[in-house]
Design a protein around this ligand. Sequence first.
Ligand code: HEM
Length: 416
Amino acid sequence: MSTGPSQAAARRRDRRVYLRGHPLLFALLAATRGRPVRRFGRTLLVHDAAAYREALTRLPLDRTAAGTTGGAARAAGAAGVLFDQEGGAHRSERRGLVVGLGAAGVEELRAVWRPLLVRRLAPLAQGGEVDLVDLARELSGSVVCALLGSQAEPRAVAEAAAAAAAASVRSHLPGAHGPRAESAAVRTAERLRLLLTPAPRLCPHLGPSPTPGCPASGSASGSASGSGCGSGSESDCPSPGPDSGCGPGLGDQSALRAMLAVAAVNTTVAALPRAVAWCADAGLWQDAADARLRPVLAGELLRVTAASPLLPRVAAADGAVAGCPVRGGDRLLLVARHAAEAHRRDPDAHRPAGPDAAQLVFGAGPHACPGARLARAQLVDVLEELAPYRPVVTRARVDRRAALPGWRSLTVRAGA
Ligand code: HEM
């Protein structure tokens, strides 16, 4: 029996990314979500929104423990990459990035992805098909390169970031595959770092002389005007900006640049195709075509697809979550998908879950995702470009090796 678009059809397709890639974990999380917090030995599964927020904002967390995001970064040879940091060091590292990803920074980056979207979606007008995963790779790679001032090839960056994340996850799975998995994680992370390291460039004004004298580097605030001023040593560059080779306030921190690429690429490649598939399968293109509803719909689609559905953390000291005692060293699996009610509340641009719930898929507290504004803006623009075609999904294949649940390819064509 053929069925028309419906939320149930959208949910059915989207569940495949969990069931094919991580069936046992998905079953365990579904079976335990009846209570806000469930303890299994030294591991707590945290499902409820208030408990999730409490764990991220009130409980002291060990940011470098094995099996956490920060710990995985350190095991892959990177330190000082936000996820593994605390307090003042974390705040100062994050400051420049937050500026680069603020309203003005995102507006500048739109100039990178808007033409790319128009070009990549053009085949739809001729009755052709577009693979949205491939598009999301190119888009996220291009945005990362622009953000970091890298001349690397965007698809190569996206592929290297995907490989680094997948290797890191594999090396930390229970029953992991020993030293080979760990060395693969180190190797892939190193490859990404090298790819993003800018080649030495000459200052167009003064040649190889030190940058402080460069007339184009006068802005103390870090001009993004793209003077091309760079001394060949990132740490020397006084003018971090998209064209400087230094990125927004990232100085010479190649590990931090690579971590940013991993965080941006993997979430974008997981989120965009899943969100579009849901929109198509549930028949939400009318809302996507409405300029007033579109941003709300984008927030709702990011909420129900919860691209980073599970945050593994470790308690640094004794405390409590939702009244459940926690001991230092306890492992916490924070289920963003459940906290944001993705499992039981369909996306609805007319009656959205509200900004608090939608925000939870980006974490909470001092480490909350600095890329949330960028992710929302990208999806809003993707929906706007796609809406006139009312696309339908023609083929979808799950990526079982990816770090985050998502599609390996997801093809759409214009609907009737
Ligand atoms: C749909 C897209 C995205 C989702 C769902 C997402 C989700 C998350 C989550 C859950 C965290 C952890 C927050 C916490 O521990 O409280 C995080 C952290 C982070 N995200 Fe995102 N993210 C997305 C896109 C991006 C993008 C596009 C970028 C960069 C351009 C980015 C950069 C980061 C960084 C650097 C951190 C670490 C922040 C810190 O520890 O201070 N994310 N993200």
